[in-house]
Design a protein around this ligand. Structure first.
Ligand SMILES: C[S@@+](CC[C@H](N)C(=O)[O-])C[C@H]1O[C@@H](n2cnc3c(N)ncnc32)[C@H](O)[C@@H]1O
Length: 217
């Protein structure tokens, strides 16, 4: 970790203990803008999102949906891969949708990225089918995640792929916390009917975990 990252970590811990965590669940107003700015630039955030996009192995003509897209770090990387496809980002924060739009401006203009300001509880408004779906550090914030993941499965084509990522950010989080998060995500995907589940780990502090799976063919 660089000195800058360490300082940022301390600031975030201080901010978190004063209610700032809410700004990462649903960024609003000026504080939400700062939260999005941090998510868009913090090196561990960027590394985690780019790693997840690589794991999802999106092809040039595929259609992909990202739930809880935040400021659009993964969306931009997905759009670069799906150069002849479509990437849809969903978030219930208007501030995040605006930042994601700025980050993917050219692809939005070209009609290759669409942004949907909606809660994941409103997935029926999103037009499928998709080849793949991604959710990074957001599933733990959703109400009834198994119900949401079942709805997501219906948006995916048969055999479609999903990647759920978690890097626990609470004070004192360790590799064991990440392992527990992976077990929880695996359980949620299994309960929602996803198959061929596997876990990948990215060596960050604490580690990021990505659970990948498929809709039944
Ligand atoms: C910690 S941020 C992660 C953002 C992004 N995935 C990243 O890794 O940079 C969580 C994001 O999920 C969004 N979110 C949380 N609950 C949501 C819900 N029920 N519906 C839609 N978006 C949600 C928040 O607005 C926020 O942008």
């Amino acid at each position: 970790m660089t000195i800058g990252e360490r300082v940022l970590d301390r600031v975030l811990r201080w901010w978190g203990s004063r209610g700032g965590v809410a700004q990462f669940h649903r960024p609003t107003g000026a504080a939400g803008h700062v939260a999005g700015w941090i998510m868009g630039r913090r090196s561990s955030n960027v590394a985690r999102n780019h790693w997840a996009v690589r794991l999802l192995a999106v092809g040039p003509t595929e259609r992909v949906v990202e739930l809880g897209c935040g400021p659009g770090v993964a969306l931009a990387a997905l759009a670069a891969r799906a150069s002849g496809g479509l990437v849809v980002g969903v978030d219930h924060s208007e501030v995040m949708i605006r930042q994601a739009r700025r980050r993917t401006r050219a692809a939005v203009r070209a009609g290759r990225v669409r942004l949907v300001h909606a809660p994941v509880e409103g997935l029926s408004t999103v037009d499928g089918p998709f080849d793949a779906a991604l959710a990074v550090n957001t599933v733990g914030m959703w109400p009834d995640p198994v119900v949401r993941l079942r709805e997501l499965a219906r948006l995916l084509r048969p055999g479609g792929r999903v990647a759920l990522v978690s890097q626990p950010r609470g004070a004192g989080a360790t590799a064991a916390t990440s392992a527990t998060a992976a077990t929880e995500l695996t359980g949620l995907l299994a309960d929602a009917g996803f198959e061929r589940l596997r876990t990948e780990v990215l060596d960050l502090d604490p580690p990021a975990v990505c659970v990948l799976g498929h809709v039944a063919p």
